[in-house]
Design a protein around this ligand. Structure first.
Ligand code: ADP
Ligand code: MG
Length: 323
């Protein structure tokens, strides 16, 4: 008599995930046992950097978002945190809460995940799979040479403030999608497929003082650097990096406000000594990544926004708040 119990749907989903994930040589035990086992060589004697993020349907992404985008984005937002620390990604875990055991959905999710994971040689080690309202929790673990991690507290008066890429595109993409309006692919791509700035951060970290990734809007995230570093700043709004795509659909005021307060950019905001600017620009241009100086760190506390005439600028909306 065959006493083997029928396989629960959860396990065929885990098999599907394991097939996509593969197994890198330094993984002693990957998906399938009670826990994963990793050779310390994965970290090469460096410091270990760990971060985690949860995406909840209806809060962090619209219901009906393409699963391939979710696979990409749930990993990308984590890698953006590692980038903000100057860390190189190594391994990840993935905890999925799914309303149904849909393998077609999961195939596409894993395709989006693995396409990004492979580009960083990032290994999925394990996770958890449960039933419930759609929610995705990802933990990524990376490495950084001792003493080289980028922290929020290291900005100094006189530093320049730089941002990678452009700001406000994802927020405009979300407005277009919510309105079911004709959307510009360049904007919705920023929303669905943000590119974490890992390569830039790893190459540039020696020239950077403080760093944060812009996830809740530039004003909110730059304020975290200022609070942690005990300084203030002036940002010149005419220097904000507004993409052609955003400029084409939004007036100047909306574009600036989205750049200042829209969420989901996943660009880096950093401070550096002025004599490091040329080196940082060289690294950015070798990666075809725009890098823009938007202002200066000052000893006077508070964040001041000025327009082209040097007059105070007041944004029309506030940054994303979680509660
Ligand atoms: P346990 O009951 O011991 O928690 P699970 O059935 O949850 O075991 O998981 C079995 C194996 O599958 C473990 O190695 C776990 O890490 C892996 N796993 C479960 N869900 C996922 C997932 N969403 N992504 C990657 N690995 C997963
Ligand atoms: Mg489990």
């Amino acid at each position: 008599m065959n006493t083997r119990p029928p396989q629960a749907p959860e396990f065929s989903l885990i098999d599907l995930i394991a097939r996509h994930a593969g197994q890198r040589a330094d993984v002693v035990l990957g998906i399938g046992d009670d826990a994963a086992l990793l050779d310390a060589s994965a970290f090469n004697g460096q410091q270990i950097v760990i971060c985690t993020d949860t995406l909840v349907e209806g809060t962090h992404f619209l219901p009906g978002t393409a699963p391939q985008s979710l696979g990409h984005k749930s990993l990308a937002v984590n890698l953006s945190d590692l980038a903000a620390m100057g860390a190189e990604p190594r391994v990840a875990t993935l905890s999925l809460t799914l309303p149904t055991a849909g393998s077609a959905w999961l195939e596409q999710f894993m395709t989006g995940w693995q396409t990004l994971a492979r580009s960083y040689d990032l290994q999925l080690l394990g996770g958890d799979t449960t039933r419930g309202p759609l929610s995705i929790t990802v933990t990524t673990i990376g490495r950084v040479p001792p003493g080289e991690a980028l922290m929020r507290e290291s900005a100094q008066p006189g530093d320049l403030i730089l941002v990678t890429g452009s700001l406000g595109d994802a927020a405009m993409g979300l407005i277009q999608r919510r309105a079911a309006a004709v959307s510009d692919d360049r904007l919705t791509e920023q929303l669905d497929q943000p590119q974490p700035r890992v390569h830039f951060a790893c190459q540039a970290r020696a020239s950077i003082h403080a760093c944060i990734d812009v996830s809740d809007g530039l004003l909110a995230d730059l304020t975290h650097i200022l609070d942690a570093s005990g300084c203030g700043a002036t940002v010149e709004v005419e220097n904000l990096p507004i993409s052609k795509a955003l400029g084409a659909v939004a007036g100047q005021r909306l574009a600036r406000d989205l750049a200042l307060t829209g969420g989901d950019d996943y660009e880096l905001c950093l401070s550096c000594a002025p004599d490091q600017l040329v080196r940082l620009q060289d690294i950015a241009s070798s990666l075809s990544l725009p890098l823009t100086c938007i202002g200066k760190i000052e000893s006077l506390s508070g964040l001041r926004l000025t327009d082209a005439q040097g007059q105070p600028y007041h944004p029309g909306r506030m940054s994303y708040q979680h509660f």
